[in-house]
Ligand binder design. Structure first.
Ligand code: GP9
Ligand code: MN
Length: 419
């Protein structure tokens, strides 16, 4: 092992690694991860002219078989969707600049699909855009994925696409025959696309809610594409039930990153009813995180976490031992877990504090009141240490020094006959 890897290891072992009570609760189940494009948590229960923007998700988060995390942040940087994928698969931070999917796809990883392969899982990704976008065709084999159903595996026409590619409703419809063909248990990821900046719909039929009227077009359209995506999730869940793919499956929904940047603070102040200071800006980096499975004991959790925690959380639920893994996240369901989210820009959130990395301002999390900067010193220090160690690990490709190296197999050719 290299000295640098030893340094990472000794830092991680000095941290609490709490055990979850739920270890193995969902052992052997199929996994369906759903990347919800640009979906921020403020949208949950938000209404436009009396109508819910996300009625499906609003019901889902209250379902008795749903765990809903309402203090969950994204960790993404410039790699956006792909950064979220990276962090969720590896429990490592994305890079301070650029997209790790494009800069470090040649690295050795120990990602969730690869780990689950040893448990007999088949893995696949579904996405209605070109396979080379974000270098996914190169990165997925490195993460251990077996299959990648991309644009060329779907019937994509001008009518059924908008913006970057296939619209979410036909995307999920056409995915059904593909998922049914997978060997079980499967570990899959569906990446939605329609609710992407600049949030456009091209068919009256897809418009299911009014725009808001802040006068900021981006913000006003945001609610319409969010409504459309929510509908696509609803139809997907129904189709999974009809196809008999629901009972043995755990559904994990996550927002990938913000959709509305700080350039839209004026309109967002109108939407949220409060001025957007650095405190509110940081709180707007929350994205929904939802785990749903029949039989799962559900509740809403306000524990502070982020995408870095998804890997250990899922693996623990599936009963996979992660103790010796190099991971920066912790199991969100562990009782004595530390409330913590470290964002890529150096912002840090705990149960007590919200620190904005850009303005370097420190706030009381409960009241939003600004505090002496020094109050946040300890957590800022911790965040810097963690981000630096994670970056060292990625830049130095340090996981290649782990013993059980395996050759990355190329993706299985995706047959096009389902067109
Ligand atoms: C592209 C899609 C969007 O295929 O995942 O990527 P983003 O621009 O959000 O990173
Ligand atoms: Mn995205």
């Amino acid at each position: 092992e290299s000295d640098e890897l030893t340094e990472v290891r000794s830092y991680l072992s000095s941290q609490k690694d709490p055990k979850s009570e739920n270890f193995g609760e969902l052992e052997g189940k199929n996994v369906v991860l759903i990347s919800m494009e640009s979906l921020q948590n403020f949208i949950i229960d938000y209404k436009v002219n009396g109508k819910e923007v996300t009625p499906f998700l609003n019901d889902l988060v209250r379902d008795k078989n749903t765990l809903y995390f309402n203090n969950f942040y994204h960790n993404t940087g410039q790699g956006k969707t792909s950064d979220a994928e990276f962090t969720i698969a590896n429990s490592l931070y994305p890079l301070p600049r650029g997209a790790v999917f494009t800069t470090n796809a040649g690295n050795e990883f120990n990602a969730t699909p690869e780990i689950l392969k040893e448990k007999g899982y088949t893995s696949a990704v579904f996405h209605g855009n070109n396979d080379s976008f974000w270098n996914r065709d190169v990165m997925y084999p490195a993460l251990g994925y077996d299959r990648f159903f991309s644009k060329k595996d779907y019937n994509v026409t001008t009518e059924n696409s908008v913006n970057y590619g296939l619209k979410d409703i036909p995307f999920f419809k056409q995915s059904m025959s593909k998922i049914k063909g997978l060997e079980k248990p499967y570990y899959t990821k569906f990446i939605t696309l329609t609710h992407h900046y600049p949030f456009v719909l091209n068919d009256e039929e897809d418009v299911m809610i009014d725009r808001t009227n802040t006068g900021d077009g981006t913000v006003d359209r945001y609610f319409q594409t969010a409504r459309y995506m929510d509908k696509s999730l609803e139809t997907f869940m129904e189709d999974m039930k009809k196809a008999g793919e629901y009972e043995d499956t755990v559904f994990v929904f996550y927002g990938d990153h913000y959709g509305i940047s700080e350039n839209h603070n004026r309109a967002m102040a109108e939407i949220t009813g409060t001025e957007i200071r650095p405190f509110e800006h940081t709180q707007l980096q929350r994205v929904p995180f939802i785990i749903h499975s029949p039989g799962l004991e559900g509740k809403t959790m306000d524990t502070v976490g982020s995408q870095i925690d998804v890997k250990p959380t899922i693996l623990n639920l599936l009963g996979v031992e992660t103790e010796d893994d190099i991971q920066f996240g912790t199991d969100l369901l562990a009782k004595d877990r530390e409330d913590l989210a470290i964002l890529r820009d150096g912002s840090v959130i705990t149960d007590k504090y919200v620190y904005d990395g850009e303005s370097e301002k420190c706030y009381d999390k409960a009241t939003g009141q600004e505090l002496e900067g020094s109050e946040c010193d300890t957590i800022v220090q911790k965040a810097q240490t963690e981000l630096n160690l994670s970056d060292k690990l990625v830049y130095g490709d340090l996981l290649r020094f782990l013993d059980d190296e395996e050759e990355d197999k190329p993706l299985t050719d995706s047959p096009n006959e389902e067109k």
